[in-house]
Design a protein around this ligand. Structure first.
Ligand code: SF4
Length: 397
C-alpha cells in the first residue's frame, strides 16, 4: 500500500531547489530591510551628490567616486558641477577644460570618458539620459555596476550594484570563497546581488545608498564591525562568514604582484616667464594631459640614476632633436639645472623621474602640434599630472 504521508517521502530535487530559493528570497528580503533600517541610523548623510534624481549628477558622482576617496570627491564634485552643470555643458566643453578640472584626481581615462560619454548622450539620445542598464552599459566608462547605480538612484529601477565594497559584503554574507578575479565567482555574486534587492522599486535609492555605505563604513576589509567590541552588525545572525569564523578570510585575497619601477628624464624648458609643455597622446598613461618633454620610460631594474654621470646635452639632443627641435636650438641653452628626483606611484607601477630645468636665451620654435609654450601664470588652465603640477609650481616661481 502506498504511503500518502508526505513527511515520509525523501525530498525531491525540486523540493530542495524550491526550499533553497524561498530561503534565499526570504533571506534577501530580510537583508534589504535590515540594511534600510541600519542606514537610517548609521548611513552617511549630507553628501553633496545625495538625494539627486538627475541622472547626470548621479553619473558624475559615481564616476568620481570610483577611484577617489569620498573626502576628496566632497571638495571636487561641487566644483565640477558648477563648471559643467548639465550634460550639454560637459559635451560642448573643451577637453582641456575637463582635464584641467580633473587634475589631481588620477585615473584620467575617467575624465576623457565622461567627456566622450556626454557627447554620445547629446548625439544619440538628444541629451536625455538613457534609463536602462543595457543602454547605459554601451556608453564609454559605464560598466554594469555604475549603470545599476544610475538607474536605481534616478529611475528607481531594481538594478543591482557590485562595486568592490559590495562584492566584499555579499561574499561574506553568503560565504562566497571563490577568487574574485574568476568570472564564475563574479557571476555568482551578481546572482546574490539580485536576490537581495528590495521588492519595492521605491526603496531602491535608499537601499543602494545603504549598501554602499555599509560596505564603506561597516563591513570593511580590515575591521568588520562584527570583529570589534561593538557586536551590533544587523547581519550577524545570518552572515555566513561570521557563522564560520571566516570574516578575515572572505573574500579570498589575491596575491599582489610587485609593481615594476620605471625611470625617465623630464625636461622643463624655460624662456623668461614661459615654459614648454607637451600634450600626451590620448591612449598613453596620463593621456591627453599636458606634461614635460621626457625620455622613454625604461624599467629601472637594478640600474640607478646617477645624474652626475649623465651627459644632459646629449640626452636632450637624443630626446628632442629628432622630433621637435632643430640642431641650432642647442646653441641657445643658457644653463641646465638638475632638480630633485620625483617618485610617483601608479596602481600597477612606480615611476622615478629625474627633472632638468633648461634655461634658454631664446625661445625655440615648435614644429609639433603637441608642443605649446605657455605663460607660467596660465598653468592652472591646463590639465597636468599631479606630480608634474607640483614640480612646476615649485620650480617656476
Ligand atoms: S557580520 Fe561581520 S562580516 Fe557579516 S556583514 Fe556584518 S560586519 Fe560584515
Amino acid at each position: 500500500m502506498q504511503n500518502t504521508d508526505s513527511a515520509n517521502y525523501p525530498e525531491s530535487a525540486l523540493d530542495l531547489l524550491l526550499s533553497s530559493v524561498s530561503e534565499t528570497i526570504g533571506m534577501g528580503f530580510r537583508f534589504s530591510q535590515a540594511l534600510i533600517r541600519w542606514s537610517k541610523q548609521y548611513g552617511r548623510q549630507g553628501l553633496p551628490w545625495q538625494g539627486h534624481k538627475d541622472p547626470y549628477a548621479i553619473w558624475v558622482s559615481e564616476i568620481m567616486l570610483q577611484q577617489t576617496q569620498v573626502s576628496t570627491v566632497m571638495e571636487r564634485y561641487p566644483l565640477f558641477m558648477r563648471q559643467f552643470p548639465t550634460v550639454k555643458a560637459l559635451a560642448t566643453a573643451d577637453l582641456d577644460a575637463v582635464m584641467a578640472l580633473w587634475s589631481g584626481l588620477g585615473y584620467y581615462s575617467r575624465a576623457r570618458n565622461l567627456h566622450q560619454c556626454a557627447q554620445q548622450i547629446m548625439e544619440k539620445y538628444s541629451g536625455k539620459f538613457p534609463n536602462t542598464v543595457q543602454e547605459l552599459e554601451t556608453l564609454p566608462g559605464i560598466g554594469r555596476s555604475t549603470a545599476g547605480a544610475i538607474t536605481a538612484f534616478a529611475f528607481e529601477e531594481r538594478a543591482p550594484i557590485l562595486d568592490a565594497n559590495v562584492k566584499r559584503v555579499i561574499s561574506r554574507f553568503f560565504g562566497v570563497t571563490g577568487n574574485q578575479q574568476n568570472h564564475k565567482t563574479v557571476q555568482l555574486l551578481w546572482e546574490h546581488a539580485i536576490a537581495i534587492l528590495p521588492k519595492s522599486k521605491s526603496q531602491m535609492p535608499l537601499y543602494t545608498q545603504a549598501l554602499m555605505d555599509f560596505g564603506a563604513t561597516w563591513c570593511t576589509p580590515k575591521t568588520a564591525k562584527c570583529q570589534s567590541q561593538d557586536q551590533s552588525c544587523p547581519m550577524m545572525r545570518e552572515c555566513k562568514a561570521y557563522e564560520l569564523g571566516q570574516v578575515d578570510r572572505i573574500p579570498a585575497k589575491t596575491k599582489k604582484k610587485q609593481s615594476p619601477t620605471f625611470t625617465t628624464h623630464i625636461f622643463l624648458f624655460r624662456y623668461q616667464d614661459e615654459i614648454l609643455l607637451e600634450r600626451r597622446p590620448p591612449k598613453a598613461i596620463w593621456g591627453s594631459l599636458y606634461s614635460l618633454i621626457e625620455t622613454p620610460w625604461e624599467p629601472l631594474g637594478e640600474k640607478i640614476i646617477h645624474p652626475k654621470s649623465i651627459d644632459v646635452k646629449d640626452l636632450l639632443y637624443q630626446t628632442c632633436l629628432a622630433n621637435h627641435l632643430s640642431k641650432n636650438d642647442m646653441d641657445s641653452i643658457a644653463s641646465i639645472e638638475e632638480s630633485h628626483a620625483i617618485e610617483h606611484i601608479f596602481s600597477h607601477r612606480r615611476l622615478r623621474m629625474q627633472p632638468w630645468i633648461i634655461y634658454l636665451k631664446r625661445k625655440w620654435s615648435c614644429r609639433s602640434a603637441a608642443l605649446d609654450w605657455i605663460w607660467i601664470s596660465q598653468l592652472k588652465e591646463y590639465g597636468l599630472p599631479q606630480p608634474i603640477r607640483v614640480f612646476l609650481e615649485s620650480s617656476s616661481r
